[in-house]
Design a binder for this molecule. Structure first.
Ligand SMILES: Cc1ncc(COP(=O)(O)O)c(C=O)c1O
Length: 379
């Protein structure tokens, strides 16, 4: 079946007991057992419940994994994946990963004896140089948040295969509709489903999708033992959101490109970073491995003052953290999403004080352009 058909039907069969086309929300903590040792497949909702199982089937299918596990946040999913490492193990991460991943690894997981290097994964030689005998994992975010650096997934997958490393890809910015890392050789995909998969900015959720049974068993063990599995209502919301993923992403692609072109031609904008523009350094790789360029972009207005002026004058675009919803969000990475990264590191990885990030929604793009045009005039 095609992607949209799978997104609408896999895991979403009508409820067998009533025929309800949409599965009910199983808002219960426990399941009555028919007799000692005999139940209908569920016993306690931390371990599993029908809404979670349904969503996990959908997400595994869309990413092409053998299994998926959904969590209370993207960070909870990512944390579980890092727990596949043992004390003394080393992991290489994309240099400009999401700020929360930087915080989790450098401030907490290091205390468990794991080691992390932050490398420009768009440069294969730098990744090769960073390898140690103890390296066990490569964790790639592509495109990176908010610097939009694109990593060649097939090239990193070849290296991971060669060196026997686990390759993890954060596919949040594109969704499986636009990029399928497992098909390119990655072993694990993680998502903040808070973003495009849910798409409506009304819940926090995450997923880990596995291509190997042995990883799946470990992640499921962690999910049910540590108890960060996603609750029924939130599973229901993400399942509903996923049904329109393909049509939303088609519109996001169009609006993202229109906005990038508008900004690139604007005299108050110094630089636009959008993988769909020929000016983007990894445009050719993005074209090769993505089915579209998505709707995340960053642009530099030169200084903190200019960024503040712009952000204080937008009306339709909302000044807020997060991304991937139907509504356009605008943010200032240096003081918001990436504030947990020290200023000198931010500078090194290209998160300038004048950098503004845009998550272009699916509104009428003429209205979005008019809003930004008006706000840019205030700089
Ligand atoms: C690329 C990326 N990965 C992971 C996360 C973390 O996800 P969550 O906020 O759902 O925990 C985010 C959050 O913004 C993100 O942008």
């Amino acid at each position: 079946m095609g992607f949209s058909t799978d997104a609408i039907h896999v895991g979403q069969e009508p409820d067998p007991s009533t025929g309800s086309i949409v599965a009910p929300i199983y808002q219960t903590s426990t399941y009555v057992q028919e007799a000692l040792g005999s139940n209908k497949g569920y016993d306690y909702a931390r371990t599993n419940h029908p809404n979670r199982k349904a969503l996990e089937r959908t997400v595994a299918k869309l990413e092409g994994g053998v299994a998926a596990y959904v969590f209370t946040s993207g960070m909870a999913a990512i944390d579980s994946v890092f727990r596949l490492l043992r004390p003394g193990d080393h992991a290489i991460l994309s240099r400009a990963v999401y700020g929360g991943v930087y915080r989790l690894t450098t401030q907490f997981l290091v205390q468990l004896g794991m080691e992390f290097s932050f490398i420009d994964t768009s440069c294969l030689e730098q990744v090769q140089k960073a390898l140690r005998p103890s390296t066990k994992m490569i964790y790639v975010e592509t495109p990176t948040n908010p610097t939009m650096i694109v990593t060649d997934l097939a090239a990193i997958a070849a290296l991971a295969r060669d060196k026997n490393l686990t390759m993890v890809v954060d596919n949040t910015f594109l969704s499986p509709y636009l990029q399928q890392p497992l098909a390119l050789g990655a072993h694990i995909v993680v998502h903040s489903m808070t973003k495009y998969l849910n798409g409506h900015s009304d819940c926090i959720a995450g997923a880990a999708i596995l291509s190997r049974k042995e990883d799946a068993e470990k992640i499921y063990f962690l999910q049910r033992s540590a108890g960060a599995g996603l609750a029924p209502m939130d599973c229901f919301l993400v399942s509903r959101g996923i049904k329109t993923l393909a049509v939303r992403m088609d519109r996001h692609n169009l609006n993202g490109m229109a906005m990038a072109k508008f900004l690139e031609s604007h005299p108050k904008v110094q630089r636009v970073i959008y993988p769909g523009l020929p000016s983007h350094p990894q445009h050719a790789i993005a074209k090769k491995q993505q089915r579209g360029f998505g709707a995340m972009l960053s642009f530099d207005v030169g200084s903190l003052d200019s960024a503040r002026n712009l952000l204080n004058h937008v009306k339709l675009c909302s000044l807020a953290e997060s991304l991937g919803g139907v509504e356009t969000l605008i943010s200032h990475p240096a003081s918001m999403t990436h504030a947990s990264i020290p200023a000198d590191v931010r500078k090194q990885i290209g998160i300038a004080d004048g950098l503004v990030r845009l998550s272009v929604g699916i509104e009428d793009v003429e209205d979005l352009i008019a809003d930004l045009d008006h706000a840019l005039a205030k700089i």
